[in-house]
Structures are given as C-alpha cells and as structure tokens.
Design a protein around this ligand. Structure first.
Ligand code: FES
Length: 122
C-alpha cells in the first residue's frame, strides 16, 4: 500500500500498489482533471510530485512528450493517469492549475466543494 496526499486540498488516501495517482485522486475526492479519461492523450492530469517520486513507475516517451507541452512543468512533473505506484510509501502531490481547472469544467455540480478545498472560496 501507499499513501497519497494531495497537498493543496489537504486530502489523503491509501491505495494498493499498481494504482495510479489519478486513481488515488478519484478515491480521495481530489479535483484532478482527466479530459481524455486516462489514456495518455492529453496533459490535463498533470501533477507535480513533491515527495515519493521514486515510488512511481518511470515515465515513458509518450508521457514525457505530453509533459513538454504543459506550462507548469517541473522536474518531478507527471501525468497522474500514467504515474503508477510501484513501491510502498508516502507520496505527496500538487495538482496543477490546468488540471484543477479541467476538473472544475467537468464537475460543475461539485465545483464549490473543490474551490473550498483550495481555500478559493469560504
Ligand atoms: Fe489525459 Fe492523463 S487524463 S493524459
């Protein structure tokens, strides 16, 4: 098992090995977007891994190419749908603004909860 914590939202969840960061976001109720549905055809699930990067399966060429196109890319950026957890431990993740916005656009009815989680509204 691994624990994944979404830092900006203050949410955490325990997931079995073999699950992705996007799987963890869904399980935690964290607002991580996924426009293509998790098939590595967009970059809207972009996250920055701030702890536990080494616990993840390495990115392949397709993921790296897609990450090149993201505006907020950092050294430990990953596409959440492709970042499969391979080793137990603790992982901390920041959902990118692009990903958060995509989630808001796709989840109109749950929008206020997500905005509250990030402290954007009271
Ligand atoms: Fe589209 Fe991850 S959801 S690449």
């Amino acid at each position: 098992m691994a624990t994944v914590r979404f830092t900006l939202e203050g949410l955490a969840v325990e997931v079995p090995l073999g699950k992705s960061i996007l799987d963890a976001a869904k399980a935690a109720g964290a607002p991580e977007g996924s426009h293509c549905g998790g098939v590595c055809a967009c970059s809207t699930c972009h996250v920055v891994v701030t702890q536990g990067f080494e616990l993840l399966e390495p990115a392949d060429e397709i993921e790296l190419d897609l990450l090149e196109m993201t505006e907020e890319r950092e050294e430990t950026s990953r596409l959440g749908c492709q970042a499969v957890i391979r080793r137990p431990g603790h992982i901390e993740v920041t959902i990118s603004d692009e990903s958060f916005q995509t989630w808001l656009d796709m989840n109109e009815r749950d929008r206020d909860r997500a905005l509250r989680l990030r402290g954007i509204i009271d």
